[in-house]
Design a protein around this ligand. Structure first.
Ligand SMILES: Cc1cc2nc3c(=O)[nH]c(=O)nc-3n(C[C@H](O)[C@H](O)[C@H](O)COP(=O)(O)OP(=O)(O)OC[C@H]3O[C@@H](n4cnc5c(N)ncnc54)[C@H](O)[C@@H]3O)c2cc1C
Length: 410
């Protein structure tokens, strides 16, 4: 008798080659969760923009939140090549779950990388199990894409730091216990400082949740710091390392955003292709018409090419390659812009049905937009990549078909 094969997925498992057997078992477990719980409940979770506690607790209990934390604190310190597979699987059905995992990187990475030993012992094991939550407070009214415009001031006063300023768009503001807060040193504004602020600190105000278009289940708030004092032990890294710690957290979160966007694009194609098989018009299935087939062909080809780029960025992260930041920018730019285009086309292919509330694509459509804005917008990444190309072009080997000297003269 022939062995029973599991149903073939529309998108192949070729990238699982990057993983060992233990890592593949984690992906299998995540697939089980998406099939049994996260997929079926995704629409309900995305009904309201309040924090998705059940999803968060499930992902913490299953050790998925812990993939972002070192083993000595109870985590599994997963390689990025595994994390992108986890996030892609989650993004395929439920942006809320995927953003809980990328958001954990964003909010906890600076604690892992820069907190004093005592704070790590105190916070990391409980962040890992989901008993505690952290938020990442960088963006301000005057500083979004232009991070160097930060106005928040942090001054050293005796054995304490005093924080004054405002932050906006802060994910998990209402549910976090600790806030990674980045500002400039009052004495020397060229220097960036990051400190940990507890939610009950005197002078610290968290606004009510602010309504948004999508990404339900992970609400945002504004923050205000008025002479908020924290002990010296709450410093992250050294004074002056705040900017680098923020960039380090954003780097991981960018690769995660790329994987999440890819997952959503994959999900959108799966949904559109299923509709195209079911829907008959002009005497045959929608999927038998050449025009829609070509649209699918474009989507699938670009998705597979982008998966390769995102996998490369993850590999470079794990190998600590010097150019990982540029590859993370390329991966994020490519995957998030592609996702928006794919979700738009998938919705078009599903016609009026796709536009209805009970159909997942309206949710995918609203969620896709944020991936192009957060963790460095597409325009910011284009600027970073373009500058890097021109910087390298100055010293790069000249194309051998060129003659020496200026190309401007003829
Ligand atoms: C749902 C949500 C969750 C978020 N969570 C967090 C969080 O947890 N922590 C946190 O710190 N921040 C968070 N953010 C903030 C997010 O990172 C910023 O929104 C993002 O960095 C863009 O900044 P901005 O919104 O101020 O846009 P702006 O900086 O005002 O930019 C506006 C537009 O102009 C474009 N632009 C900017 N500069 C240039 C240029 N030189 N050339 C061409 N185009 C340009 C941008 O790409 C963008 O499209 C969140 C935002 C949202 C919406």
């Amino acid at each position: 008798m022939k062995p029973t094969q599991p149903p073939a997925r529309l998108f192949g498992d070729h990238f699982l080659r990057q993983l060992n057997s233990e890592e593949r078992a984690v992906v299998d477990r995540v697939r089980g969760l998406t099939a049994e719980v996260l997929g079926p409940s995704a629409a309900e979770v995305a009904q309201t923009d309040t924090f998705a506690w059940d999803t968060f607790r499930l992902l913490a209990r299953e050790g998925i939140v812990g993939t972002a934390f070192p083993r000595e604190y109870g985590g599994s310190d997963a390689r990025q090549v595994l994390r992108i597979r986890i996030i892609e699987e989650l993004g395929r059905v439920c942006s809320t779950s995927a953003s809980i995992i990328t958001g954990t990187d964003l909010s906890s990475r600076a604690i892992v990388a820069g907190a004093a030993a005592e704070m790590k012992d105190r916070l990391l094991p409980r962040l890992c199990t989901g008993e505690l939550q952290a938020a990442f407070a960088l963006t301000e009214p005057e500083a979004g894409s232009d991070v160097r415009g930060l106005q928040t001031r942090i001054r050293r006063q005796g054995g304490r730091y005093v924080v004054n300023g405002r932050k906006k768009f802060i994910t998990r503001g209402t549910t976090s216990d600790w806030f990674v807060t980045v500002g400039r040193a009052e004495e020397d504004p060229s220097m960036f400082i990051a400190v940990l602020v507890p939610r009950d600190a005197a002078g610290f105000t968290i606004s009510p949740e602010v309504g948004k278009l999508g990404w339900y289940g992970v609400p945002i708030s504004s923050l205000e710091f008025r002479d908020v004092e924290v002990p010296h032990g709450h410093l992250l890294g050294a004074e002056g390392e705040g900017f680098d710690l923020a960039q380090d957290a954003l780097l991981r979160a960018r690769i995660g955003h790329a994987a999440m966007a890819l997952g959503r694009a994959i999900g959108a194609v799966e949904i559109a292709a299923t509709y195209m098989s079911d829907r008959r018009l002009f005497g045959k299935a929608l999927g038998e018409h050449q025009g829609p087939q070509w649209m699918l062909a474009d989507m699938v080809t670009k998705i597979e090419a982008t998966r390769a780029l995102v996998a490369l960025a993850a590999e470079k992260y794990d190998a600590k390659d010097a150019d990982v930041a540029i590859f993370a920018s390329m991966a994020k730019l490519q995957a998030t812009d592609l996702c928006m285009a794919v979700v738009t086309d998938a919705l078009q292919l599903t016609g009026g049905r796709g536009y209805l509330q009970d159909f997942p694509l309206q949710r995918f459509f609203r969620d896709a937009k944020l991936n192009q804005i957060g963790e460095g917008s597409s325009e910011v990444h284009k600027t970073v990549i373009g500058r890097d190309v021109m910087r390298r072009a100055r010293d790069a080997d000249r194309n051998p078909c060129l003659r020496p000297g200026s190309l401007v003269e003829y």
